[in-house]
Design a protein around this ligand. Structure first.
Ligand code: C2E
Ligand code: CA
Ligand code: CA
Ligand code: CA
Length: 279
């Protein structure tokens, strides 16, 4: 048993150091990636349910690391947050998303609002308001064509400071949404205090919408509450026709998910948009 224990301990140790070195490699890679231009944004259409029109695009970050292929954000965002690198990376995301949205406008494509994810760390360590202002000014994108996605967890830390920042962002004229709505711990009271425009109903409630009456009840309740507070709703992770149908019945405003399109490289998104304009 002793031998066994030692072997296990040894194995555990190796796994730990493997993880640690992978973490380090990731961190060093991220540091280089910005200068090397290895990040790219993919855009996932957001569809107005009543009309079927694409009215927005969520910008989702990918890392095109040499020899690694596309690395998804779930693998590197936590490391970027922990190391603070999310601040310069997030500034790049804002600038690039605004530049792209403006380019689509100038190319005469249907007007879409581009949604950018903001990390809580950007709020704590960076100057979000200044980054947003700089991106809008540099690209000429009108503020109403930019939406910022915040998480509930962000809204419960340093409430007063976040509240002040959110107020200033609203004064710039950008839109604000709460991402992954329903998954945080927070009370609903912040909905009154934070002047947001939209709730993004988390995928976890949408996934079994058509088969689980509890999830259906939750989604319907969120939509009803949002409507009475004059907030828009968008459901994420919409994969089936059944889900779309139920969301329409519930009077959810918008939807996003594989049913419509996966996150697309910028040129494919532009083709997707012009194809549906032609219809
Ligand atoms: P999120 O903001 O909740 O983004 C939605 C995720 O769901 C995306 O994963 C998207 O590709 C995926 N998705 C979209 N439609 C469907 C569907 O129909 N079914 C399923 N199962 N999934 C769907 P992705 O691109 O891997 O991004 C993961 C997370 O990484 C995002 O979650 C967001 O929290 C974070 N992230 C992505 N880009 C950025 C960024 O630029 N900055 C920051 N701070 N975080 C980002
Ligand atoms: Ca999001
Ligand atoms: Ca989300
Ligand atoms: Ca999420």
């Amino acid at each position: 048993a002793k031998e066994n224990g030692r072997a296990t301990y040894h194995f555990f140790n190796e796994t730990m150091s493997h993880r640690a070195s992978e973490h380090l490699a990731l961190r060093n890679g991220l540091r280089r990636a910005l200068d090397a231009g290895e990040f790219e944004l993919h855009y996932q259409p957001q569809v107005e349910l009543a009309s079927g029109r694409v009215i927005g695009a969520e910008a989702l970050l990918r890392w095109n690391a040499p020899g690694e292929g596309l690395i998804m954000p779930g693998r590197f965002i936590p490391v970027a947050e922990e190391s603070g690198l999310i601040v310069p990376i997030g500034e790049w995301v804002l600038m690039e998303a605004c530049r792209q949205a403006r380019a689509w406008q100038q190319a005469g494509l249907a007007e879409v609002c581009v949604a950018v994810n903001l990390s809580a760390v950007q709020f704590r360590r960076g100057n979000v308001e200044q980054s947003v202002l700089r991106a809008l000014e540099a690209t000429g994108l009108p503020p109403h064509a930019l939406e910022l996605e915040l998480t509930e967890s962000l809204m419960i830390q340093n409430v007063e400071q976040v509240l002040a920042t959110v107020r200033r962002l609203k004064l710039l004229g950008v839109k604000l949404s709460i991402d992954d709505f329903g998954t945080g711990y927070s009370s609903l009271s912040y909905l009154k205090r934070f002047d947001v425009d939209k709730l993004k109903i988390d995928q976890s409630f949408v996934r079994d919408l058509a088969s689980d009456p509890d999830d259906a009840a939750i989604v319907r309740a969120i939509v009803q509450m949002a409507r009475s507070l004059n907030l828009k709703t968008i459901a994420e992770g919409v994969e089936t026709e059944d889900m779309r149908h139920m969301l329409r019945v519930f009077q959810c405003d918008e939807a996003q998910g594989y049913l419509f399109a996966r996150p697309l490289p910028a040129d494919e998104f532009a083709r997707f948009l012009s194809a549906q304009q032609a219809r």
